[in-house]
Design a protein around this ligand. Structure first.
Ligand code: NCD
Length: 310
């Protein structure tokens, strides 16, 4: 296969332009055919999953995606399970995984860890989340979900709600929107969880117009997509700061009673209390569908990078 992605690292969604994202979405459509079957296009390849931070969806969906394509998977999870617990440094762990596999997916609590791993590894590295910084493959899934739900990512009104300060998934989605033409982007959060200045500067540089708000109330009747995120408790330097914002926003049916019928609620999951359970059974809830698309999008990416046909 003649893929422009052959052997590339995936560190930030900002490394991808509109055309590149469209190609991934095209491949994800093809991958949907194999959502319940197996092909052997990556037979003989080994994918290493190096998850130094907790994960459910990202890790499992990468594993399922690799296996549906016929690749073998080796994995480590949690620092206590591997030699970093014995004092091995990240560079040595990456070097070793690079010898044993053809591609490494890494998740780490430190910002920049995936980039660091990519500088060491000869084989491609995919960032499965580095600290509060990037989560590029989640953003691809989220953009693809919007595309499948609305037929387009352009021309829609988006509200991004929650932990815009520490949330890498929501920030990556926001960066992803810079590749499209949304008709409005509202950044909604309590004061303490507002996006970091460097993120806002990047948005301005890239020409994405946004409005910062403290509440969804004034715009709930006009938006098409509400993207919600969990407060990233584990990234708060001070537990008292977390206590101040805990439970400060919840999407429930009372709020949604004023929304457009076609509004969709997205969430990268895990959810804590920011979407009331009563929303799950309604047509607004798109977050489980969104989670299901993780497999075809990651199959698309693995195929494009490792050169497998779909
Ligand atoms: C997110 C993450 O790990 O950044 N989860 C995910 O990958 N789907 C979001 C979160 O932890 O809140």
């Amino acid at each position: 296969m003649n893929s422009p992605y052959r052997g590339v690292d995936v560190i930030s969604i900002l490394d991808f332009g509109r055309r590149e994202l469209d190609l991934i979405f095209e491949y994800a459509d093809k991958a949907q055919k194999y959502a319940r079957s197996k092909i052997e296009s990556l037979k003989g390849k080994v994918v290493a999953l190096a998850f130094f931070e907790p994960s459910t969806r990202t890790r499992f969906s990468f594993e399922v995606a690799a296996k549906r394509l016929g690749a073998d998977v080796i994995s480590i999870s949690g620092e206590e399970a591997i030699s970093t617990a014995k004092g091995e440094n990240l560079a040595d762990s990456v070097r070793m995984l690079d010898y044993y596999s053809d591609l490494i997916v890494i998740r780490h609590k430190y910002e920049g860890a995936a980039k660091f791993a990519a500088e060491i590894a000869v084989n491609p590295v995919i960032n499965g989340g580095d600290g509060w910084q990037h989560h590029p493959t989640q953003a691809m899934i989220d953009l693809y979900t919007v595309l499948k739900l609305f037929g387009t990512v352009d021309g829609l009104k988006y509200a991004l709600v929650g932990d815009l300060k520490y949330g890498r998934a929501i920030t990556s989605f926001l960066y992803g929107l810079t590749r499209f033409k949304p008709s409005a982007v509202y950044l909604v959060s309590p004061e303490q969880l507002k996006p970091r200045e460097e993120v806002l500067t990047k948005l301005r540089e890239l020409g994405l117009k946004y409005e910062v708000l403290a509440s969804l109330d004034p715009i709930i009747d006009e938006v098409d997509v509400v993207y919600v995120s969990r407060i990233q408790k584990e990234r708060f330097p001070d537990p008292l700061e977390y206590a101040k914002v805990r439970g400060s926003y919840t999407i429930d049916l009372k709020l949604l009673s004023r929304a457009k019928p076609e509004l969709k609620v997205l969430h990268p999951l895990p959810r804590v209390d920011e979407i009331a359970l009563e929303v799950d059974g309604t047509a607004y809830a798109a977050y489980f569908y969104q989670a299901s698309l993780a497999v075809p999008v990651r199959m698309a990416l693995l195929s494009l990078i490792l050169g497998g046909e779909l």
